[in-house]
Design a protein around this ligand. Structure first.
Ligand SMILES: [Ca+2]
Ligand SMILES: [Ca+2]
Ligand SMILES: [Ca+2]
Length: 277
């Protein structure tokens, strides 16, 4: 088992927990003041559960695959490297999966706004994360760690994101420019044509379903794409374009899949400033 618990009397002195053995549980820490940082060991999988009203707010995972459960308070959770499972629980949480393919489970349907922070636009920096339970009325995708002074390419006024028609997306003659540090939100007709990076690269080429979209040479940008035939998946792609405008293999990668329909996203679902960890 190897599970252990830490009491309120000792938690304030603890800066490192766990030795990589599964089952470590941080509990019974009701006397700890808010803002306490819990840093897990750097070995393999560890498990952390933040007790309700424990006072513990912040967790930094190990380099392995961690299992981190938040409390009902606002938690700031950083998974670190490894394929982490993070369920922040209730409260307005900030979750950074970090490197590798994390499973981020947002389950609440109440008004608390959870912020999911992407760590980069590449496989190495972010991995391909699964984000479930995203509520468009509340939750936020943050690209503050990915883009410098980022902004939406097609959502500059109010809260409405203006989606190009499927016809306009495919019309090469009328370019839709995606400059560096922009997030562009799009919907094509068929999700099957955009649910892998290779398919999106094809979609951006001549006669592709996103032929109009032109990512600038040298740009770092984000594409959030769904298909009209699926209301339960939006794909988040990071683009790090080289000096040639054409987006080639390896220059566009999947960094997240969100179980929501991109047509319902508003500007309020995107953040470009630094929040939490
Ligand atoms: Ca980790
Ligand atoms: Ca929480
Ligand atoms: Ca990740």
């Amino acid at each position: 088992m190897g599970s252990s618990s830490v009491t309120a009397a000792t938690i304030n002195a603890v800066t490192s927990l766990g030795n990589g053995t599964d089952g470590d549980v941080i509990s019974d820490i009701t006397a700890v003041s808010n803002g306490q940082l819990v840093r897990l060991g750097v070995a393999a999988t560890v498990t952390t559960r933040i007790s309700t009203d424990s006072g513990i707010e912040n967790v930094v995972g190990s380099d392995g695959g961690d299992y981190i459960i938040g409390s009902s308070s606002a938690n700031s959770i950083f998974g670190g490297a490894g394929a982490d499972y993070i369920n922040p629980g209730l409260g307005a949480d900030t979750i950074t999966g970090g490197a590798d393919a994390d499973s981020i489970v947002l389950r609440e349907t109440t008004a608390s706004a959870d912020t999911v922070v992407f760590s980069g636009a590449t496989t190495a920096t972010n991995g391909a994360d699964s984000i479930t339970g995203f509520v468009v009325a509340n939750d936020i995708l943050s690209f503050a760690s990915v883009l410098t002074s980022g902004s939406l390419a097609n959502g500059t006024t109010g809260t409405t994101i203006t989606l190009a028609s499927t016809g306009a997306l495919a019309t090469e003659g009328t370019s839709i420019a995606v400059a560096t540090n922009k997030v562009y939100v799009a919907q094509v007709a068929n999700v099957a044509l955009i649910d892998t990076a290779a398919e999106v690269i094809t979609a951006l080429t001549d006669t592709g379903v996103m032929d109009a979209v032109d990512v600038a040479a040298g740009a770092t940008a984000i594409l959030v794409i769904s298909g009209a035939d699926s209301t339960t998946a939006a794909y988040v792609y990071g683009v790090v374009n080289d000096a040639t405008a054409t987006v080639g293999a390896g220059e566009l990668v999947l960094i997240g899949t969100i179980t929501t329909d991109s047509t319902t996203l508003t500007t309020a679902n995107f953040a470009f400033y630094r929040l939490g960890n």
